[in-house]
Design a protein around this ligand. Structure first.
Ligand SMILES: [Fe+2]
Ligand SMILES: [Fe+2]
Length: 313
């Protein structure tokens, strides 16, 4: 049975997994508690009501949780909503969240394999190789599902890996074109946003961590780099400094959070690789979310312009 929210039909019964977007405890006109919920999946959102067992259920799940729901689709004020009969928070690993929430197009396993192949093909320096192995082993599970950002770009399951792969691909091209130190540039590409993994607490709730607020992903990335490279005996100081420079300059200028302007060709290449991929993703999303007949999108503060949408079919 297809339980995707956009396909739900009136009077059908459902058994499905959704994200709890919002949950409010409210009172009926007769002063009885009920839960007023908005469920979400990758196809849309739908309201839902829990009328029974509210006292027992109200604290068993929270906004940002994924839940298993059974219920009936009813119509209320011409809109579908779910009359919830059963609801519970999912057990750990009960479902693949990338099937429920907006996710990168490619599966995380496919992307991870590409990632490993790029390293195998390009990285020969034993120190860089060890460093990448250590970092990727430590963060593999999170790296596979993490969003690229809370809001700005690649803000869906697997977005960080998708973005990182694209950046690495562009770094690969630019390194050949401009005869750069390819190993360094690609390693920088792989590591440039690694701090994002500790910037938010979970891939689903995307709540900021203390480190995320107080340090941000660039400084966290530098810390990870330092910590992991210290575990490798004889890791060359100059290599660590150059890699650190790639991370702290990848936002390109001070206004966008860089701690140093790119001062090597490799750092310049990484910055533009990062820039083009994040901007393309923002453009794509604005166009995808543009509805209506207007040939221009609304003004978007992130890019300081509206976009031409005349070619959208
Ligand atoms: Fe970044
Ligand atoms: Fe990035």
């Amino acid at each position: 049975m297809n339980n995707q929210i956009k396909d739900l039909e009136k009077n059908s019964s459902i058994k499905a997994y959704y994200l709890i977007k919002t949950k409010k405890l409210r009172l009926t006109k007769t002063n009885k508690d009920f839960l007023d919920i908005v469920f979400e999946d990758k196809t849309g959102e739908i309201g839902g009501k829990v009328w029974d067992n509210v006292e027992k259920l109200k604290d068993t799940f929270e906004e940002g949780d994924i839940v298993y729901v059974e219920g009936i689709v009813e119509s209320f004020n011409d809109k579908n909503q779910i009359k919830v009969q059963k609801i519970r928070k999912i057990y750990e690993d009960e479902v693949d969240v990338s099937k429920i929430l907006p996710s990168a197009e490619e599966s995380s396993e496919e992307m991870w394999n590409k990632f490993k192949n790029i390293i195998k093909k390009n990285i020969k320096n034993p120190f860089l190789l060890k460093l990448l192995e250590k970092v990727l082993n430590k963060y593999e599970n999170k790296f596979k599902t993490w969003p690229g950002a809370r809001k700005v770009h690649h803000n869906y399951i697997g977005g960080l890996l998708e973005h990182t792969l694209a950046v690495v691909d562009i770094c690969d091209f630019l390194s050949t074109k401009y005869k750069l130190d390819k190993e360094l540039t690609i390693a920088g590409g792989i590591l440039h946003d690694i701090g994002k993994i500790e910037e938010i607490k979970s891939e689903i709730k995307k709540e900021e961590s203390e480190k995320g607020v107080l340090l941000g992903h660039i400084i966290i990335g530098v810390q990870i780099l330092k910590e992991e490279s210290e575990k490798i005996i004889g890791f060359p100081e100059s290599l660590l400094t150059k890699l650190t420079h790639l991370i702290i300059s990848h936002h390109g200028n001070y206004d966008f959070g860089a701690y140093q302007l790119p001062m090597t060709k490799e750092a310049l290449a990484l910055h533009f690789a990062d820039f083009i991929d994040s901007q393309m993703n923002i453009f794509e999303n604005i166009l995808k979310n543009h509805s209506g007949d207007s040939i221009a999108t609304d003004y978007d503060y992130r890019i300081g312009r509206k976009l031409f949408a005349g070619d959208k079919e």
